[in-house]
Design a protein around this ligand. Structure first.
Ligand code: SF4
Ligand code: SF4
Ligand code: FES
Length: 319
């Protein structure tokens, strides 16, 4: 047995103006999970500690919380992997969410973004028109299996820095789930779904890989790349700045071996978009005043052909 002290974030939106913390010490086997330690604390010491849980087996997705500064499922986190040398574990609500009571947060923004996807199959014809079930080949199903493992725990959403600065961003889980329907051969709304997720700021994803820490190995970041590739392949919403920016990055690096920042601005905003260019002109003038303007013409680096070989091997789309 080990003596573990849980340092718990406490807040009740009904009565508190500011949060405080309380420390609860319990005797539990040191291999027990953080969730079981919290359950023991609630049952034996302080019944008012609030947190969500159900399955205790990393299936229901409800026990995601911040444990010593990293978000994850409490039922999948053994205490002995996170406690400090004094046996203390800090538990806080997930970031990027409004706390409701202690470790319980308001999940509405996360669910709203998921609901906007219309997260159900929309086939082109009716079930009654099929003599048998709708068959999917093993190859087509293989693409969907990982995403279907998502338990909607919102860990990735809590870890995403873009959500924290722009709450309108759909977030990694919603985009990964959009991929699940975009790539499903039984669905008939592929382009509408791509357009919808593009409108929900798909292209804001900065590919920082923070969401690659997913307890169910969904790898939302890779699915976001797949959705962006699908948007480009299907030429959906190509007049948006996001795809233009991505394609211009690809084109300039393929041409010169470097990022051509002048061309990047023109390609993203549109070289004939006078109003858009006028908006960024003050920034250009400030950069010029500080001697920071990028060169207008870039010469290709030596051996640029080797860079182009990488682009060709990876079949990178280029504007
Ligand atoms: S993608 Fe992973 S981290 Fe994100 S909600 Fe689904 S299971 Fe949780
Ligand atoms: S890769 Fe994109 S979605 Fe994932 S955490 Fe980073 S910005 Fe957010
Ligand atoms: S209690 Fe269900 S995922 Fe942790």
């Amino acid at each position: 047995m080990a003596q573990i002290t849980l340092d718990v974030f406490r807040f009740d939106e009904a009565v508190d103006v500011v949060p405080h913390r309380s420390q609860v010490t319990v005797d539990v086997p040191e291999t027990t999970t953080v969730l079981d330690a919290l359950e023991t604390a609630k049952a034996e010491v302080d019944g008012s500690i609030s947190f969500r849980r159900s399955c205790r087996s990393a299936i229901c997705g409800s026990c995601s919380m911040n444990i010593n500064g990293t978000t994850g499922l409490a039922c999948k986190t053994p205490c002995n992997t996170v406690m400090d040398k004094d046996g203390v574990i800090q538990v806080d609500p997930m970031p990027n969410f409004q706390p409701m009571k202690d470790l319980v947060v308001h999940m509405d923004p996360f669910w709203d973004k998921y609901t906007r996807l219309k997260p159900y199959l929309q086939p082109a014809d009716r079930d009654e028109d099929h003599a048998t079930e709708r068959r999917v080949s093993p190859e087509d199903m293989k693409k969907l299996v990982d995403v279907a493992n998502c338990v909607m725990c919102a860990t990735c959403y809590a870890l995403c820095p873009v959500v924290s600065v722009d709450p309108a961003f759909a977030g990694p889980a919603a985009i990964a789930y959009a991929y699940r329907f975009i790539e499903d051969v039984r669905d008939s709304k592929r382009d509408e779904r791509i357009a919808q997720i593009s409108e929900d700021y798909l292209w804001l994803c900065a590919h920082c890989y923070a969401c690659s820490y997913c307890p169910k190995h969904v790898d939302p970041n890779d699915r976001i790349v797949d959705v962006k590739r699908a948007a480009i392949a299907d030429r959906v919403m190509m007049n948006e700045r996001g795809p233009r920016h991505a394609l211009t990055v690809n084109r300039t690096i393929r041409q010169t071996g470097m990022l051509d920042e002048t061309e990047l601005i023109l390609g993203t905003i549109g070289r004939f978009n006078v109003r858009g260019l006028l908006k960024v002109a003050p920034l250009g003038l400030r950069m010029a005043a500080k001697g920071k303007l990028p060169p207008i013409f870039l010469k290709p680096i030596p051996k640029v052909d080797e860079v182009r070989t990488i682009f060709d091997a990876l079949e990178v789309p280029v504007a």
